[in-house]
Design a protein around this ligand. Sequence first.
Ligand code: GLC
Length: 711
Amino acid sequence: MSNLVDRLMAAMTLEEKLGQLNMIDAGQPPYEREELHRQIRAGRVGSLLNTYGMEDVDAQQRMAVEESRLRIPLLFGYDVLHGHRTIFPLPIAEACAFDPDLWERTARASVEEAGRDGLTLTFAPMLDVCRDPRWGRIAEGPGEDAHVAARYAESKVRGFQGSDLAARETMAATAKHFVAYGAPAGGRDYGSADISERQLAETYMPPFEAAVRAGVAAIMPSFNDLAGVPMTANGALLNGWARNRWGFKGVMVSDYTAIVELIAHGIAADIAEAAAQALNAGVDISMQDQAFVLGIPDALRRGLVEMETIDRAVRRVLELKARLGLFDDPRRRLAAPPLTQKEKSGLSALAREAARRSAVLLKNERNVLPLARDTKRIAVIGPLGDDPLQMFGCWFAAAGFESATIVQGLRAALPGTEVRHVAGTHIYEPGESGIAEAVEAARGAELVILALGETKEMTGEAQGRGHLDLPGSQRALAEAVLALGRPTVAVICAGRPLTLPWLFERADAALATWFLGSEAGHGIADILTGSHNPGGKLCVTWPYDVAQIPIFHSQRPTGRPANPDVYFCNRHVDLPIPPQFPFGHGLSYTRYAVRGLSATPDEFGPDQTLQVEAEIANEGERAGEETVFLFLRDPVAEVGRPVMELKAFAKVALQPGERGKVRFALAPSDLDYLGRDLKPRRDAGGFEILVGPSADRTRLASVKVRMRADG
Ligand code: GLC
């Protein structure tokens, strides 16, 4: 590979080198179609985004490999975040399955479709830990916990990239958005992340380090500044941490026009300065703003950048293209035989499995769920009950077909049941004129399902919300229906937790379905009918009120811990202290109990591994799969350690009455933390191991262990 790259490097003009650092959105200005094709033939474009499909990709690739001077193939990038033609649950949903194998399988399945559309680079996984559901992009990531995000990162990189990027069923993955994009001031997208170095190192960096260790091919710096330094020009973290400390050898691709935005950030006076700062910091490809093509020639003349820096970036891009096998056969992925009907059915089955395992049963009283199989009349009330486009959430543009709606799912599962749908109101056209019809339909039903939440447009990028209630007139609709006192299930479709204490108080049952993708309706029906026993658990803490934010399970202790019986303590006096639902919350149609927690040896040396074991009993009448969490509490350290830190999670499938074991091995490094100097420390002393179904401390079994100070 290297002699091919060496030969090209020696042959390329400056303009051709900068062309390799230039990624253009094929569907947007600055170029209209013919001009774009001229640029490709002139070698001034090295990669495209937002174009896919045999016709366009084949034609554009041929222009590069058959009509340009050096015949360098193009990269084709796209946001294959949670599926391509078949859409899987949003990442925030899928994370609630707490199943790294599932996370890997859906990534690999995405490649089967994306590769056949000619895509070779996905701008995924998104690894931004987030504890602020006001931020719309919480939907795109794996939740609030760094450990979960790191496991998610590893699974997605394996799923997208496989073991050899040259193989057809692979595409280069991009760990994004590096870093701390999920901590914008006020939950407003693109906002400054003014966080401590400790928080950066303990919470936001680990998922990206895990992605690099897993071999991720690309990294995308985030739009935000970090304590005043925009990530796109943050050489201390791009080159310093990712490349030099972690050994990242891949490509850094800027976010969309993020380089030229360094001017608005106030650290560059013109595009030459912006381009030089980004290139010097470690960015290799500019996305859409042509910053390197337009700014680097001037920057070279002004001595703002060295030729060797340019060459290093170009080499990395060419090496990625070579690793993808594009020089050997640029059409390898396009030329894959079309998916067979059996393969397509397999993708739909996986989408349905992912959907039912990503939903979280938040409440279930009066035995409302699972619904009785002989239920004759069900009323589905609400604007999200039967809308075939609303179940995708964000980043779904390539979806090949509409999603299964809740009504469709129920009708398919219960052919003998009348399932009547009344929207009652429309989210974008608030109004209560439809409520009477909804009430009439609910009155005549044995079971009412309220299908409420956000629209898909209200989630994702640039969708920060200051209020997390139900938009439009949905609350008026729900309250009118709830007043009937019929058995009622609230199905909440959203890309984030919504603060709905009044709904959780009055509905008999509540299911968080996020946006579950192509098979949403069938996955939801599998749960509502009981053909699937729900096992999803919250990957984010669910706040009672926006004012509680940030609220998450691994908060630091204070000298005056929150306590409803203490006046001088850490709390809002006008809000409950606990969240609506804690991290890890999720009900089932059976009951599990944690028994017999043990940690051996209970006294151990600093280099010994701790074996933790617990027995989980299924005390109910239905088979199910329980997710069990292991948290660590380090009560005395050089810095105040979180009140609980997730260190592991495991799943156990149990038949009714069955007991099973979960086993964890805690390596000594799992007990390390960053000392006051931000360097890893391993302190002798006592630790508490907490094991159980969620971050609700009252439901955790606990055992104390001690690390000796062996010399
Ligand atoms: C967007 C997003 C980024 C995405 C890119 C290309 O602005 O920030 O996540 O990958 O542009 O679509």
